[in-house]
Write a protein that binds this ligand. Sequence first.
Ligand SMILES: [Zn+2]
Ligand SMILES: [Zn+2]
Length: 278
Amino acid sequence: MMLGVHCSVSGGLEHAFEEAALLNLDVFQVFTRNQRQWKAKPISADEKAAFANAWKAHPEVKAIFAHASYLINLASADKALQDKSIAGITEEVQRCHELGIFGAVLHPGAAGEATEEEAMNRIAEGLKQALANTAGSNVKILLENTAGQGSHVGYKFEHIRYIMDLVGSDRIGTCFDTCHAFAAGYDIRTEHEFDMVWEQFDHIIGLKHLKAIHLNDSKGDFASRLDRHEHIGQGKIGAKAFELMMKKFPHIPKCIETDAENNMDEVNIKLLRQLAGE
Ligand SMILES: [Zn+2]
Ligand SMILES: [Zn+2]
């Protein structure tokens, strides 16, 4: 059912497969590097081989996607930071390419003092450069919708569309986060509202550009603009939306990004499988 969790890579990238196997996953998300630091050691030939071998040993894993560093802000008006951000997402795409990971999820960026339009123009410019820097690769950059916390853009489907139009490449896709969408004012709690949100998504962005999904319930209220994930069915969104997500998108890679403590990944995955009708 293309369902997984964010797997830890502590001790080596290939360790993610062990965690995935314990939970019987066919999909997972990883950080290919420390997500809170700019510097990352390049992937060595040994690391690359270990990852490839682990994947061969776990053919049940059908898709892996990465989450890019939280430090990257392609919208930054500070030239040095924007350059660093372009280098950062370029490097992330290269790492994914080496590992056979199909896409890197990226938060579009934060406008700071600038207008949203200026921010989105800079994001598109940065994305174009990153794609040019990695021209030989077909790894996708997956723009994630945001909760709209602080000055983050990407909380409206129109933002994603605007950036995609400026970049004009089929290597830009989207990752839909349920918590972020709900916090940004997209109500998915009932079937009727859920259907309307997806109609809008299809109309504005296009369903064919949806390449990954983050399944997170929300601690924050509807339209609160708060990016705070909650366990499935325990937050303000509630279980119904996740049943609908599981049934609507069986073939899109989906991962939870909730606190894994107290064996909660297993609990959340079990619930999602039940909701899917397994
Ligand atoms: Zn997310
Ligand atoms: Zn989030």
